[in-house]
Design a protein around this ligand. Structure first.
Ligand code: UD1
Length: 363
């Protein structure tokens, strides 16, 4: 029976693997078809960045944790490659399934493919064209050595065709991150202490910021925070702070008074806040997808996106990273001029099931 390694390393991986594991287990309930090992690289290790997601999303305990921890891009990539290769040399698998675009995605794909273990990439083919982001390098390099692509959009399919990938290696399955959202939408819960804050639904903003381009220099970070605080007028802005961002935030003397800081939130609590927000302001890619599906206006503080469908079909707008661009978007929102948006094709909660059925067929 074929053995699949399912790789997860960082926060945005966990909601993408959960539905795939669930779908494989559902197939196996009927008859055992596919065996898998869950491998956590340990890229994210804090309870708030990892364990909370396993618990809330019902992901089984990993079979292996490579415990690589933090480091520079090269250090982290190298540690993951060495530790995953060691595992594969002791006990090989028949397929390495990677998701998304984090360092763990690329590192495990390289280690596996060099041992002639085929690679499947969930969310393959998306491109922002921005080589200054490590994620874009991870996407390009992973896709160059991927055998089977599970894609989220027609843009991804077209990018892969332009690379010369044959049609029979591309499977347009939808979006596993959205599978997780739809599976949990009725379970979303307010964060602890939310009621005491007395903030009404629709009367607050949520921000998430962690891209080096936005948070690593105070020259950029402080004006962004100031313009967000001003743009939001009298409304509170809830800011769950990523560990990378926390380091620089501690050097900011005065925050706009309507910005309320929180620790990183678990999945159900974070998406509760997004669902009921007036708008989300973010530099994350995944959150633009979730906001699109929940119909919540989304302002993206980046100059490019690998997810153009969230803009063309969804509720997302690409604001850019220049803080002076923000006011016009807040004006539009307060004038009730934000687009309504709809849901991209195949973002229907069934991507994991499609992936499991295809894996069963091709392995
Ligand atoms: C990574 C991903 C990014 C994703 C983000 C979500 C890459 C290249 N980037 O960025 O695509 O959007 O995760 O969170 O893979 N840290 C902790 N605790 C943790 C993990 C990290 O304190 O559990 C701190 C460390 O100081 C670390 C820093 O955060 O140096 C950055 O972590 P890292 O995994 O390198 O990248 P992210 O910025 O989290």
């Amino acid at each position: 029976m074929p053995l699949i390694d399912i790789i997860a390393g960082a926060r945005p991986n966990f909601m993408k693997i959960a539905p795939i594991i669930r779908a494989i287990e559902a197939l196996n309930d009927i008859d055992t078809h596919l065996k898998y090992r869950l491998i956590h690289t340990g890229q994210h290790y804090d309870q708030s960045m990892s364990d909370n997601f396993f618990t809330q999303l019902g992901i089984p305990h990993p079979d292996f944790n490579l415990e690589v921890g933090s480091g520079t891009q090269a250090e982290q990539t190298a540690r993951i490659m060495v530790r995953y290769e060691t595992l594969l040399l002791k006990s090989a698998s028949d397929l390495c399934l990677v998701v998304g675009d984090v360092t763990s995605t690329l590192a495990c794909a390289i280690a596996a493919q060099k041992l002639c273990i085929p690679v499947a990439h969930v969310e393959g083919g998306i491109r922002s064209g921005d080589w200054s982001m490590p994620e874009e390098i991870n996407r390009m390099a992973t896709d160059a050595i991927t055998n089977w692509f599970f894609t989220t959009s027609k843009y991804a399919n077209n990018n892969l065709r332009k690379m010369g990938v044959q049609e029979d290696r591309i499977f347009f399955v939808g979006n596993t991150m959205i599978d997780s959202l739809l599976a949990n939408i009725d379970k979303l819960t307010a964060p602890a202490g939310w009621n005491e804050l007395r903030i009404d639904a629709g009367n607050y903003f949520v921000i998430t910021l962690h891209r080096p381009a936005n948070v690593d220099t105070l020259e950029k970070f402080i004006p962004l925070l100031k313009n967000i605080g001003t743009g939001a007028r009298e409304f509170p802005v809830i800011f769950p702070v990523h560990p990378r961002t926390a380091k620089n935030l501690s050097k900011v003397d005065t925050l706009p008074s309507n910005i309320l800081l929180m620790d990183p939130l678990p999945y159900l609590e974070f998406n509760y806040l997004v669902k009921h927000a007036k708008a989300v302001i973010t530099d994350s890619g995944g959150i633009t997808e979730e906001a699109t599906v929940m119909g919540v206006p989304c302002m993206t503080l980046r100059d490019s996106t690998e997810r153009p469908e969230t803009i063309e079909i969804g509720t997302n707008e690409l604001v850019g990273t220049d803080p002076t661009c923000l006011p016009q978007y807040f004006e539009r929102l307060f004038a009730n001029g934000w687009k309504k948006g709809s849901i991209p094709p195949k973002w229907d909660g069934k991507a994991g099931q499609r992936i499991a059925e295809i894996l069963q067929r091709i392995l």
